[in-house]
Design a protein around this ligand. Structure first.
Ligand code: F6P
Length: 501
């Protein structure tokens, strides 16, 4: 037993009946209202999951046993919630919702960021029409998602995001850009990440080859290790710091969002933060907040019903990068085998997050969702208001398909022919945004952050470290040294030899 009160709550939950969806709807005419909630211009419809009053009460007891409310308050209070690294997690302070001192520091950094943007827009960097944002993982996924979602019609800057160390990615990212008018933004919390540093070296070369006399003058660093960026050769006036307590995958709200603010404008960036702050307030002030209830559904399927994965489908092209972003947020946060206290985790960690866009997915992987033998809770994310230039019929078909998929997963269909049987009773949640604007997107992403945190608390995991990514990096470094290479296994040495490394 790692945590007796938690184990007792889990055992009680596991003994509860999980009733079929049809029965849940038949027995409760108010089910839709009971399991739906509107927060920040978004409807969260959890009615097509198997949560009912008894399971909800069981999970509420689990949350109490796990000390969810106190841990959430500790997060907002700037206390050390990342025990393994002895740090707070201060992303909420970037939205002005953390401890007063952290909020103040974040506001000061935002005002530095704004001054730099004013300088860029005022011509201090010459005529700039493109941004090459270099970063990987949390230093790229959030900004890329937000810019792709909201910046499609923006004519402010041509923003390219470069993450992979693959030279093909570099060539694609700079394709068509003019070095003379491109600002390079190197984003790395640690400023030690090999992909980002190598790509930044390549960008400096590219600027030089393009005739830029002072390439470093066209380079901005965003980092929580400003001294490393200065050692790299970037003048401190062009180094934007952010707090050590802001984890990479929680960092788009900080100076890491520089490219977002450049692409969308400062006003839109502030709206994004305000939307997230609205969700923060909802979570902080409500012990039964929507992020916690959504975490109950995650845990119901992953822990009680044995689901290995969860799928997220964005029925809106503008949100096509949402599954990629969530993969890091959820799997890097909660894919762990140890508890926050350092004991082995005696239950499953987070499920695998995957997904794509609708309706494309319907013609590819949805076969398995409807008839495969795996249980996969599906999340649909859709937007009511649309901005495309086509006949509204396109959007009606898009939304109609989204809703029809949830209905079909739940209803199923009988047939005498086994190949044509749809078992049904398959769960889904739908998050329906009134519109996709900075404020609503900010709230949506903050919802996912808080849901990930709630999952972690109920599992007893620390969501803010990521030691699992280190071993592979360390092994890659062994390639630099002949002696160290010999410590690698024979299969890996053979691959290295064959590739001529
Ligand atoms: O290797 C994983 C990771 O550390 C992520 O947690 C992080 O978002 C990414 O690499 C990039 O790290 P950095 O911002 O320090 O370059």
């Amino acid at each position: 037993m790692t945590h007796p009160p938690l184990d007792v709550a889990w055992t009680a939950l596991q003994s509860l009946d999980v009733k079929p969806l049809a029965e849940l709807f038949d027995s409760d005419g108010q089910r839709v209202a009971a399991w739906s909630r509107t927060v920040s211009n978004m409807l969260f419809d959890l009615s097509k999951t198997h949560l009912d009053a008894a399971l909800g009460a069981g999970f509420a007891k689990l949350a109490a046993a796990a000390g969810y409310a106190a841990k959430r308050d500790a997060l907002f209070g700037g206390e050390i919630v990342n025990l393994s690294e002895g740090r707070p997690a201060t992303h909420v302070a970037e939205r002005g919702q953390g401890a007063a001192a952290d909020n103040q520091l974040a506001a000061q950094r935002h005002s530095r960021m704004r001054s730099l943007i004013d300088a860029i827009e005022g011509g201090a960097f010459g005529e700039i029409d493109a941004i090459l944002h270099i970063g990987i993982g949390g230093s790229a996924l959030g900004p890329e998602l937000v810019i792709d979602a909201l910046g499609r019609d923006s004519d402010r800057y041509d923003v390219r995001v470069l993450a992979n160390i693959d030279g093909e990615a570099f060539d694609e990212a700079v394709g068509g850009l003019d070095p003379a008018t491109t600002l390079v933004v190197a984003v790395s919390k640690t400023f030690t990440t090999i992909e980002t540093l190598t790509n930044t070296d390549a960008a400096i070369e590219w600027l030089k080859e393009g005739g830029v006399a002072d390439p470093h003058g066209q380079l901005i660093a965003v980092t929580a290790a400003p001294e490393k960026a200065v050692d790299y050769g970037i003048d401190e006036t062009r180094v934007l710091p952010f707090a050590e307590g802001v984890g990479g995958r929680y960092s788009l709200w900080s100076s890491v969002g520089l490219s977002i603010a450049l692409a969308l404008g400062w006003g839109a960036f502030e709206e994004l933060l305000e939307g997230a702050a609205e969700m923060d307030r909802h979570v902080r002030l409500n012990d039964d907040n929507v992020a916690l209830t959504a975490a109950f559904t995650d845990l119901l399927y992953a822990q009680i019903k044995g689901a290995e994965t969860r799928a997220v489908f964005a029925y809106d092209e503008r949100l096509r990068l949402l599954p990629d972003y969530l993969q890091q947020l959820e799997m890097e946060s909660n894919g762990k085998s140890a508890t926050a206290e350092g004991a082995p985790l005696d239950r499953k960690s987070a499920p695998i997050t995957w997904g794509g866009v609708g309706t494309d997915g319907q013609h590819a992987m949805f076969q398995l969702l409807h008839q495969g033998t795996h249980l996969v809770p599906v999340e649909f994310v859709a937007v009511i208001e649309h901005e495309d230039s086509l006949d509204p019929r396109h959007h009606l078909l898009l939304l109609g398909n989204c809703f029809a998929q949830g209905a079909a997963l739940m209803a199923g269909k009988a047939s005498d022919d086994a190949a044509r049987v749809y078992p049904g009773n398959r769960p889904s949640t739908t998050i329906l945004l009134d519109r996709l604007d900075p404020r609503t997107l900010g709230a949506l992403l903050a919802f996912y952050e808080h849901r990930t945190f709630a999952n972690a608390v109920l599992l007893g995991i620390n969501p803010f470290d990521q030691f699992g990514v280190e071993l592979g990096k360390e092994m890659a470094k062994r390639l630099d040294d002949d002696e160290a290479r010999k410590t690698l296994d024979p299969s890996t040495r053979a691959l290295i030899e064959r590739a001529g490394l």
